[in-house]
Design a protein around this ligand. Structure first.
Ligand code: G6P
Length: 615
């Protein structure tokens, strides 16, 4: 939630910052702003409601000169999205400008104290309180900015990644982090680019320092990067080299990132499996399983924590791990887990699944699990993210940056890693027959080719999706491995088309949802041969008897369901445990095309953000 960027160097900052903000718009896009200090030491701040493109329009003809600046794209928490609440916020004197991603939880108390000291506030944000607090401390104790920031952050409770400009010191940006991500690009020409993630940095440098919790960075033009803690202890910056490239961050000829990401799933899944499955050698290897074999094999149970789409992948993970590894698995919403004092101890293994690796609730659940002694395994996409670093071990899904707000390829990547994990553990425990092991990895190896065949159905799905733009509700049904697929299909539709949708296990329909079915109700049914086929046919008959419209996902060559369903999507056959990797894709395409035909902003749906770093 919220993207922050900063630049200091020898080039004009404005174009760099605007481009950087556009890369981070997936984090929030309800308002945007920029602050620049020009060569006459004037601090110019421009803000607007709306997207980064609106900010560009708003500054047309204005003075945007300067080789130092900070900028922000917002997802509102405190205070509605409008120009006043947009960042940067500035201090009473107008000397300091600050951008912030996160939440200052004790802002109300600090604000009250400052008001008693005569400070006035223009916005209703928690961020303005922080910049005012820093200035108050600076003036009342006659301190330099760094010392004032250190003292102020000691008073603050909450999560933040911040960057501050002081117009009296136009050669420095101060940045700090606690629980919200912050990356600093160290460029060869002595300039620095800071951002909420590496995506805006890679076109300037591949040398990146990920700031740690409680650390404060001083970015001074031409000087080496300096990092200190809140208690002023020097920290040696650890520079890592990112392999992210610009091509991965562009749309590559697709109209939306979401469609590009749906289409590239076959390649992503290949990347995810590369070096991990060896069909000839009949092996599956995950380094985390090799390194922590005893700990994982001796677990009493696994508990998987996640949010959103990652939680749906977790539900599939439960099926996979229980089926292959014969260990009980519980799946929890990270937000519930962390607040209910869960019974967890050192015999448990907690698996945290997160595409971004920054979801605040999942990160807090990881910390809670570690506090209680559990061994924590992360399944993340973003390399070096907070969750990846906070866990004891883990496996990246390696599907490349996911930019569309609605998650697609990360889901199939997560399911793939969970499959590999279940198989690797089962093999180690000797609880899978050689035949089943071999058959499963052979079939897993075929999945990318089958995924390619599924995306070829794009035009057909686009065609019939148009008939559903009228719909106000949808039901999705699936059984077994495909029940979480039904939930995920419904979530995709809700997220981007704003049509209400619910996913159910198919057999549950008769316990309530059937009352909703009439001629206006589209019902999407995962009806492959693995999924209790005969029973599903009965469910479809029940829907048709009530005049519902049925979209059925069936195996190639299906005869029975074709006779009764309104639309059939024929899919390549696979093993039951691998079906979600196939059946999810048409549901992603369905949601995409319904949203497009309704004219919705597919990549940036209203009210959502890709990385939810607030609790
Ligand atoms: C947000 C996103 C979802 C995502 C969820 C969990 O709600 O819009 O697409 O599934 O966060 O994110 P994570 O990065 O932890 O997988």
């Amino acid at each position: 939630m919220c993207g922050i960027v900063g630049y200091i160097g020898s080039k004009e900052a404005y174009p760099i910052l605007i481009k950087a903000l556009k890369r981070l718009e997936y984090r929030g896009y309800d308002s945007a702003g920029i602050a620049l200090i020009n060569d006459s030491n004037e601090l110019n701040i421009y803000k607007t409601k709306g997207k980064v493109a609106d900010l560009e329009h708003a500054v047309e003809g204005k003075n945007v000169a300067g080789r130092i600046g900070i900028a922000h794209t917002r997802w509102a928490t405190h205070g509605e999205p409008n120009q006043i609440n947009a960042h940067p916020h500035f201090s009473e004197s107008g000397n300091l400008a600050l951008i912030h991603n996160g939440i200052i939880e004790n802002y109300a108390t600090i604000k009250k104290n400052l008001q008693q000291e005569g400070y006035t506030f223009k916005s209703s944000t928690d961020t303005e309180v922080l910049v005012q607090l820093i200035e108050y401390i600076q003036l009342s104790h006659d301190l330099d900015l760094l010392s004032a920031v250190q003292l102020a952050l000691h008073q603050v409770i909450g999560a933040y990644a911040i960057a501050i400009l002081d117009k009296r010191h136009p050669d420095t940006i101060i940045a700090a982090r606690q629980s919200s991500p912050l990356a600093i690009g160290v460029c060869d020409d002595g300039s620095f680019v800071l951002a909420s993630d590496a995506s805006p940095i890679v076109e300037h440098t591949n040398r990146i320092v990920y700031l740690g919790d409680g650390e404060i960075a001083l970015l001074k033009k031409g000087s080496p990067l300096q990092i200190v803690t809140q208690d002023n202890v020097e920290v040696t910056p650890k520079i890592s080299t990112t392999t992210l490239n610009i091509g991965q961050l562009e749309k590559g000829g697709f109209p939306h990132f979401m469609l590009k990401e749906i289409f590239e799933q076959a390649d992503c899944i290949r990347d995810c499996m590369r070096g991990r499955i060896n069909v000839e050698g009949n092996t599956v290897s995950l380094s985390a399983v090799i390194d922590h074999k005893e700990r994982l094999l001796n677990a009493r149970r696994f508990v998987i924590v996640a949010c959103g789409t990652s939680w749906h992948a977790a539900l599939i993970g439960k099926h996979l791990i229980e089926h292959f590894f014969h260990l009980p698995v519980e799946v929890e919403y990270a937000s519930e887990f962390r607040y209910r004092n869960p019974v967890i101890d050192d015999k448990d293994v907690v698996i945290a699944i997160s595409q971004s690796g920054e979801t605040a609730d999942t990160l807090a659940a990881v910390k809670e699990a570690k506090k209680k002694g559990a061994f924590v395994y992360g399944i993340c996409n973003s390399i070096g993210s907070s969750i990846a670093r906070a866990t004891d071990t883990g496996s990246y899904i390696h599907v490349g940056p996911e930019i569309g707000v609605a998650s697609t390829k990360a889901f199939t990547g997560q399911v793939t890693v969970l499959t590999l994990l279940a198989l690797a553990l089962a093999k180690e425990k000797n609880c899978i027959s050689p035949e089943e092991f071999t058959e499963t990895i052979r079939e897993l190896n075929e999945i990318p080719d089958k995924m390619k065949r599924v995306v070829e159905l794009n035009d057909t799905i686009a065609q019939f999706s148009k008939t559903f733009t009228y719909a106000h509700n949808f039901i999705y049904l699936g059984r077994g491995y495909n029940f979480p697929v039904a939930l995920e299909g419904a979530l995709k539709l809700k997220e981007i088309s704003y049509i209400h949708a619910e996913g159910y296990p198919a057999a549950e329909m008769k316990h309530g949802p059937i009352a909703l079915i009439d001629a206006e109700m589209p019902v999407v049914v995962v009806a492959t041969h693995n999924a209790q086929y005969e029973k599903i046919i009965s469910n479809i008959q029940e829907i048709k008897a009530r005049h519902g419209k049925v979209v059925a996902l069936v195996d190639e060559g299906d005869v029975e369901i074709k006779k009764i369903a309104d639309f059939c999507i024929e899919l390549p056959h696979t093993l039951p445990c691998l079906e979600p990797l196939i059946t999810t894709i048409p549901l992603q395409l369905l949601a995409y095309h319904v949203a497009v035909s309704k004219g919705k902003d597919v990549d940036q749906p209203r009210n959502l953000a890709k990385s939810v770093t607030v609790e």
